[in-house]
Design a protein around this ligand. Structure first.
Ligand SMILES: NC(=O)c1ccc[n+]([C@@H]2O[C@H](COP(=O)([O-])OP(=O)(O)OC[C@H]3O[C@@H](n4cnc5c(N)ncnc54)[C@H](OP(=O)(O)O)[C@@H]3O)[C@@H](O)[C@H]2O)c1
Length: 386
């Protein structure tokens, strides 16, 4: 029987790649729900092609325009807003939910999917950054399997398969380093949004692409790995690996290392999460090791990439820190992309918001979302001062 899927963030980079995989295996997968933001033209096309029974968009206006574009028969239910995304995440028919809405908006539906006991293919790293403990403890309680989609975490998941937890000495996350990893620190000030969006290895949505250039993405992944694999922060390290062939590694306590390699194509980890534990014959070009550039691994430079230390500190301190870190970065990246602040102002804004963050740890998801709202307001104030 086909696996029934709910795709959250279907119009984004991950969502479109997932639908590309799904379309190759019509007997294996059936799409029962789609959720997106404002790109109703693309969403309408996806609805016509995949025929879900439920579709969610960001708000009522987007829902009205989508409804005007859909076939009368069969017409899916159209819903919107946080409740709409949660309805798509908890739809009774769905066996697996792919969480690929970008940013903090992805947290409520992802949490709802776990509460509903759905198997989760997790691309939205913000979920574990903002609410790692709450989400992982709920997943344990509900016996929910979380399958990582992020290529690094998919790599770690594959390397850890069948390995006893106590044998693990270190998780090594690789980072392509983005376009600027060798640039002079001073020259970073004049980087334009176009330069930051031109990633040398991966084709991704705008926020994660800019986060890859500041290495905040790796900081967020550090938090994601910490929660997902239940490993202390001191046992997770980061290496720049510009060729993006090794997607991450595990060093075991006997000193041996297992790595996972593959082409830089997100359809591979997406397909693995959707079909786990099977591997699908995707028909994509395989990695040819005789044609790859020599593989190199370099320690990231702390001065060039202050976001790494900000993320590590926020992770170590816990409480409201990781949520504030994520929200401030999301707002600062959006401001950078609009030309309101410079590239090096991104970590500066995040640092100031972190300094002012409220004490105490969020007790539930609503608390987490309250910290998120506070940090967004505060970030906006800091941006005005730049
Ligand atoms: N792209 C990658 O290669 C990659 C790799 C690893 C992890 N990730 C993670 O995967 C997630 C998605 O990344 P992406 O690159 O695919 O992002 P993206 O291309 O920017 O797409 C984001 C998706 O989220 C939807 N969306 C945004 N705000 C929404 C809201 N308030 N309510 C409902 N839907 C909303 C967008 O809808 P509209 O476009 O219709 O507005 C779109 O479908 C992120 O958390 C990212 O960190 C991505």
């Amino acid at each position: 029987m086909a696996k029934r899927l709910s795709i959250l963030g279907s119009t984004g980079s991950i969502g479109q790649s997932a639908l590309d995989v799904i379309a190759r295996f019509p007997d294996r997968f059936r799409v029962v729900a789609l959720a997106a933001g404002r790109n109703v033209e693309l969403l309408a096309e996806q609805v016509r092609r995949f025929r879900p029974s439920l579709v969610s968009v960001i708000d009522e206006t987007a829902a009205a325009s989508l409804e005007g574009m859909l076939p009368a028969d069969p017409a899916p239910d159209v819903v919107w807003g946080r409740e709409g995304a949660e309805a798509a995440a908890t739809l009774g028919e769905a066996d697996l939910v792919l969480s690929a809405i970008v940013g903090a908006a992805g947290l409520p539906p992802t949490y709802a999917a776990v509460r509903a006991g759905k198997t989760l293919a997790l691309a939205n790293k913000e979920t574990l950054v903002m609410a790692g403990e709450l989400v992982m403890s709920l997943a344990r309680e509900k016996n929910v399997t979380i399958l990582p989609v992020d290529s690094e975490h998919s790599a770690l998941f594959q390397c850890l398969s069948g390995q006893p937890h106590q044998g693990v000495d270190r998780l090594i996350l690789t980072a392509s380093g983005g376009p600027f990893w060798r640039m002079d620190v001073e020259a970073l000030s004049s980087i334009t949004p176009e330069q930051a969006l031109d990633h040398p290895r991966w084709d991704m949505g705008p926020r994660v692409t800019v986060d890859s250039a500041t290495l905040m993405n790796k900081g967020l992944e550090l938090l994601e790995a910490h929660h997902l694999f239940d490993q202390p922060l001191e046992r997770i390290s980061i290496l720049i690996h510009p060729q993006a062939v090794v997607h991450s590694m595990i060093r075991f306590r006997d000193g041996q290392i297992l790595s996972q390699m593959g082409p830089a194509d997100m359809r591979l980890p997406i397909a693995y999460a959707l079909s786990y534990p099977d591997r699908l014959p995707l028909g994509l070009p395989a990695l040819d090791l005789t044609r790859t550039e020599p593989l190199t691994f370099i320690e990231p430079d702390a001065e060039r990439f202050p976001c790494l230390a900000l993320a590590r500190d926020a992770a170590r301190e816990g409480g409201s820190g990781p949520t504030a870190l994520n929200a401030a970065d999301e707002v600062a990246v959006a401001a950078f992309l609009k030309g309101r602040i410079g590239f090096r102002d991104i970590p500066a804004v995040v640092a100031r918001v972190l300094e002012a963050r409220p004490a105490g740890a969020p007790a539930d998801i609503e608390d987490v979302l309250a910290v998120d709202r506070w940090a967004r307001r505060r970030s906006e104030e800091e941006i005005q001062k730049v």
